[in-house]
Design a protein around this ligand. Sequence first.
Ligand SMILES: Cc1cc2nc3c(=O)[nH]c(=O)nc-3n(C[C@H](O)[C@H](O)[C@H](O)COP(=O)(O)OP(=O)(O)OC[C@H]3O[C@@H](n4cnc5c(N)ncnc54)[C@H](O)[C@@H]3O)c2cc1C
Length: 442
Amino acid sequence: MAPPAVLSFPPRFVPAALISVCKVSKEDIPLSRFPGVDLLELDSLLSEEERLVRDTVRAFVDDKVKPIIEECHREGRTPLELVPDLGALNLFGASLSEYGLPGLGGVAYGLIMQELERGDSGLRSFVSVQSSLVMYPIHTFGSQEQKDRWIPRLATGEAIGCFGLTEPDFGSNPGGMRTYARKVGNDWVLNGSKQWITNGTLADVAVVWARTDDGVRGFLVEKGTPGFTSSDQHGKFSLRASITSELGFHDCRIPGDAILPGTTGLRNALMCLNQARYGIAWGGVGSAMECYYTAVEYAKQRIQFNGQPIACHQMVQEKLVWMAMEISKGQLLCLQLGRLKDAGRLKHWHISMGKRNNVWVARESAKLAREILGANGIVDDYPVIRHMLNIESVFTYEGTHDIHALIIGEAITGIPAFNAPERHAAQQEEEKPAPATVGSAR
Ligand SMILES: Cc1cc2nc3c(=O)[nH]c(=O)nc-3n(C[C@H](O)[C@H](O)[C@H](O)COP(=O)(O)OP(=O)(O)OC[C@H]3O[C@@H](n4cnc5c(N)ncnc54)[C@H](O)[C@@H]3O)c2cc1C
């Protein structure tokens, strides 16, 4: 039977608070055609509000994102036409509660990220950057004037932001950054460059991390500031529905009050990354769910050998089972991360567990789904190849898979293993024989 057209929610399912939160009327909330992946009845562990937020974004993705996303991916363009809707649904800064924002809990926020990434990792990246890497630092470290100026405009999507931490020579180790902000009179003068910056050329405001005489601090640099340049990275095969840019600062003079006054060191940039990484843990589940669902439907319909669907073969079923089980485990992991977040007990290495595991599950699921789709797995008539390409970026950014292993490794052993060569050099020094005090070979 054909899937039902967009339906209306029965009014009794829609709590009044949510209607104002999501700025939608009861009649406007449609049901998605995507049935979800819920082998363990985890829906029963969600509140009514969390389910409603999830279902609202799920339907938005089906109705507004899926019809255009393959074309955006082909053309290598950000779907900017969705930005007003994303703002109207309060999906930018959804966990903030000032300026009329909904102040959603961790699970509801995560479910938004899950559904957006089911649509496209680039779309989820857009919302993650705006929410976790731009609105969050302005809200947490900004002055009242900075908050009043930017948060309302970022919330509606009238303004777009970007986050500049990575540099050409410093990716996994941002602490080595060279971008430098010098105090000149009342102003700051920035010099340096940032690379791989999502939304860089689109942004009205860049949150830029730079070294100062007092350590690393965050700055707000506005589009059009003399000495501030941006250009797009071309030739990407991944995250094509998202712009990635390079930022340049050449004696870029910004006012003294462009500094985020609450920033005191690199730690503050990592706090922003933790917010974004939390969302990515949920996003990984969304990407995997889309690939899994596509593969199940395809396997039940694709007929080979004796008129049988390929789903009847044990090897195909094993792949589907792997995906279903890993998705279920990823969902449980996310749910616990969300509950810990809301209880104020979420640690940075918990987030690493979520990001590392769930993005890996999404990556493996995309590969398995692509195999099941055969030749159809390499064309964008189906979403699988796009997810498979996208997840390579997600695997690398916001802390690579291996960097998260080191974060978790440090948490469980107490030993940081990031600087292995230096540790080795120090050990070698200790192991050297003591210098001879009497006589010498030479
Ligand atoms: C599409 C996209 C969008 C991005 N958006 C942004 C953005 O908006 N803002 C921003 O600031 N950055 C952004 N980034 C940058 C991203 O965060 C970096 O790419 C990431 O941190 C990895 O840095 P790198 O690419 O320089 O890799 P490297 O740090 O050079 O790492 C290369 C390899 O070496 C490994 N490695 C490095 N150090 C160690 C170690 N100590 N032990 C073991 N293995 C190690 C890594 O795991 C990796 O496999 C984006 C990247 C991409 C691809």
